[in-house]
Design a protein around this ligand. Structure first.
Ligand code: GUN
Length: 291
């Protein structure tokens, strides 16, 4: 089938992890979520991660800190969780209120508990191809999709649109790694790229992570390309009860007929992020249990 069902792949991962966790005798893996303030999107994301953890048998701990918290108070909480041997993974939900230094907080998490893969040391471990590192969940999820769907990146020209640390840049690093999951020739396009449509058109695989609705149009895509859409953009839609609908960075209706495989939005890459977070948490548990 042309459409890549990320929701089903994420479900399969959850089922596999549930089976693995059930085999554990004694204390189960545990992930601590830190959420600061009441940003509705963050409340909803953390609730969904919490629910998936529970389903798998991973113990979730939720720390809801007030909007007005200081950096020192946030760091104190991270330090407590770093020191707690029963906590295997720590996640600070982003974005944080403006008085807080987000990257400093991410870097305070013990790198072996950094299941989001946002610590500077884990960025370095991705560069060094260290198998004990944690790669950020969305790009790791795209690699997982390709592996499970039999989409080989080997020798292919992979064009990534977007250079964010969390998606574009990290995906580019993963796709160019040595190994059967990767071995791609990678080009990263961004807002300053000249002749972007031409560059994208030379891609055997196109990964759109630019955060602009319907940015990738049919004229930019080579016939037979694999198209991975990481965008989650709200566009107004008065016909919907909540007044909006979600669209990706790819003009799906126009690009789908050209693509050999394509991820939809929603239901493509999105569900993989939480699944990979759980996979990272299980990996953190295993690493900490064997050391
Ligand atoms: N905010 C949006 N996506 C993410 C994510 O993957 N991890 C964290 N910690 N915050 C986010």
């Amino acid at each position: 089938m042309k459409l890549i069902d990320g929701k089903q792949i994420a479900k399969d991962i959850v089922t596999e992890l549930t089976e693995e966790v059930a085999k554990i005798e004694g204390p189960k893996p545990c992930i601590a979520f830190i959420r600061v303030g009441e940003d509705p999107a963050s409340v909803s994301y953390v609730r969904s991660k919490n629910r998936t953890a529970e389903k798998i048998g991973i113990k979730p701990l939720l720390f809801e800190l007030p909007e007005s918290i200081t950096q020192a108070e946030l760091i104190k909480k991270v330090d407590e969780l770093n020191a707690d041997p029963e906590v295997h993974g720590i996640l600070i939900q982003s974005p944080l209120p403006s008085q807080l230094d987000e990257q400093e907080a991410f870097n305070r998490i013990h790198p072996n508990k950094d299941v989001d893969g946002f610590h500077v040391q884990n960025a370095g471990r991705v560069v060094q191809e260290d198998p004990n590192g944690f790669a950020s969940c969305t790009p790791a999820g795209i690699i997982e999709i390709c592996q499970r769907e039999g989409i080989s990146l080997e020798g292919k020209h992979v064009v990534v649109i977007g250079r964010s640390l969390i998606v574009g840049k990290t995906f580019a690093l993963l796709a160019m790694q040595k190994g059967p999951h990767a071995n791609a020739t990678v080009t990263v396009c961004h807002s300053r790229t000249r002749n972007l449509p031409e560059v994208v058109k030379s891609g055997d695989v196109v990964v759109a992570a630019i955060g602009r609705p319907n940015f990738v149009t049919a004229d930019m895509v080579k016939e037979g390309a694999v198209v991975i859409d990481v965008g989650i953009n709200r566009v107004e839609d008065p016909s919907k009860k909540n007044g909006y609908r979600l669209v990706g960075d790819v003009d799906f209706a126009a690009v789908e007929p050209l693509a050999s495989r394509i991820t939809p939005v929603p239901g493509g890459v999105g569900p993989m992020t939480v699944a990979m977070l759980m996979k990272n948490t299980f990996k953190a548990y295993k690493l900490q249990s064997s050391s």
